[in-house]
Design a protein. Structure first.
Length: 134
């Protein structure tokens, strides 16, 4: 484990339609010690999910012309990888119906984004304190 509770092998697959948004998100995740893989289309994300499942999947719902919800459903049906959906359009209800664990509206707040990822991989400070007190 690294400082802050992030295992060096914790990988985040970032399926994002916008390379600039991907770079922004990657910066904050790497700062926290995560290994980040970026893909800019849903087919590449589905292939990685199948062949090399990450610790958590972050999906822009508008990736590949709006294929994000289908990618979320596929992740839910074929793996146990936690999914965080993000979108510039409030699609929270549709994302939750597709089986995601969390939804964030863009533009992303860096602290909220990193905290949500930490929660999904079980490394949030809150979860560590709760499990230690048992």
């Amino acid at each position: 484990m690294r400082a802050g509770g992030v295992d060096a092998a914790t990988t985040v697959l970032l399926a994002e339609r916008d390379p600039y948004a991907a770079e922004f998100a990657e910066y904050f995740l790497r700062t926290e010690g995560y290994v980040v893989r970026i893909v800019l289309d849903s087919a590449a994300a589905a292939e990685i999910l199948r062949d090399e499942p990450p610790s958590v999947l972050v999906v822009d719902l508008l990736i590949s012309g709006g294929a994000g919800l289908a990618l979320c459903r596929a992740a839910r049906e074929n793996s146990s990888v936690p999914v965080l959906a993000v979108s510039a359009v409030d699609s929270r209800d549709q994302a939750l119906a597709a089986g995601v664990e969390a939804f964030l509206l863009k533009p992303l707040d860096p602290l909220q984004f990193v905290s949500t990822v930490r929660d999904l991989v079980g490394t949030s400070a809150y979860l560590r304190v709760t499990s230690l007190s048992r």
